[in-house]
Design a binder for this molecule. Structure first.
Ligand code: 6PG
Length: 248
């Protein structure tokens, strides 16, 4: 599979990064809604997306998107109930979906409270049912927002195993040894078929993994975020200065 580095956009700091992510969502939503009348967005967990969600829901920006045309999906979830402090859904609900008054019918969450393997199968069914099939019949999201961990993980694709294992399943429930817990995550195939993917990363702790993942031929079993370089859609890395100190 051939890879592409995508665009690397460097901003000053974490606050500027949140603004850049929010701006990206606003533009992608406008484009998709103009073409198809609808925008299918996959949300990420983590601190960087959270700040962007708050901006999108703020009085200054909330009118920039036709939110009644947007449907919300998730790239990954922790295996906890939706009201748990660890839940990605809860974070999104509190920072974005609730403040914007998004209707329940437009929110497709991963059921972290269910048995992990069954929850993964169920969410794959949701993606298949709700999103039009792209290459190989895989569902197509307009935009997938992703974060990246200092270990190079993205969504809940963690280092140490082949991220392409059971790729066609669309969603899997890996056991994440470092947290001694299961997670739910989309597989690389879902990322590959998306219209656009944005990876947002801030801070010096991410610099080494970012540089390694961007290197041509980076091993996705070691730096899982590198899978996005095989995407067919538009790929943008939105990063702050501290995260690019190791970049050549
Ligand atoms: C999650 C994520 C995960 C996250 C990264 C970066 O549920 O934890 O989706 O992939 O995006 O760990 O998180 P930060 O932005 O908090 O560093």
């Amino acid at each position: 599979m051939s890879e592409r580095r995508g665009d690397v956009v460097v901003v000053e700091d974490e606050a500027a990064l949140a603004q850049a992510v929010a701006g990206h969502v606003i533009r992608a939503a406008a484009e998709a809604i103009a073409v198809r009348g609808r925008f299918d967005l996959a949300l990420a967990g983590g601190s960087t997306p959270k700040a962007a969600y708050a901006l999108l829901a703020s009085p200054e920006r909330r009118d920039a998107v036709a939110w009644d045309r947007v449907r919300f999906f998730f790239g990954d979830e922790r295996c906890v109930p939706p009201d748990d402090a660890q839940s990605n859904f809860r974070m999104a609900a509190e920072s974005l979906l609730g403040p914007l008054g998004i209707a329940d019918e437009a929110i497709f969450r991963m059921r972290g409270e269910d048995e992990p393997a069954a929850a993964a199968r169920a969410y794959a069914g949701v993606l298949r049912a709700e999103l039009e099939g792209g290459a190989g019949g895989a569902p197509v999201l307009d935009l997938v927002l992703l974060g990246m961990g200092p270990d190079g993980h993205t969504a809940s694709l963690f280092p140490g195993s082949d991220p392409y294992l059971d790729d066609a399943q669309l969603v899997r429930a890996p056991f994440v040894a470092k947290f001694a817990t299961y997670r739910l995550t989309v597989t690389p195939l879902v990322l590959r078929n998306a219209g656009a993917v944005v990876v947002a990363a801030a801070g010096a702790a991410k610099a080494a993994a970012l540089a390694a993942a961007l290197r041509p031929g980076a091993d996705p079993a070691v730096y899982p975020v590198a899978v996005v370089k095989r995407n067919v859609g538009r790929l943008t890395w939105l990063v702050d200065r501290d995260a690019v100190t190791n970049l050549t």
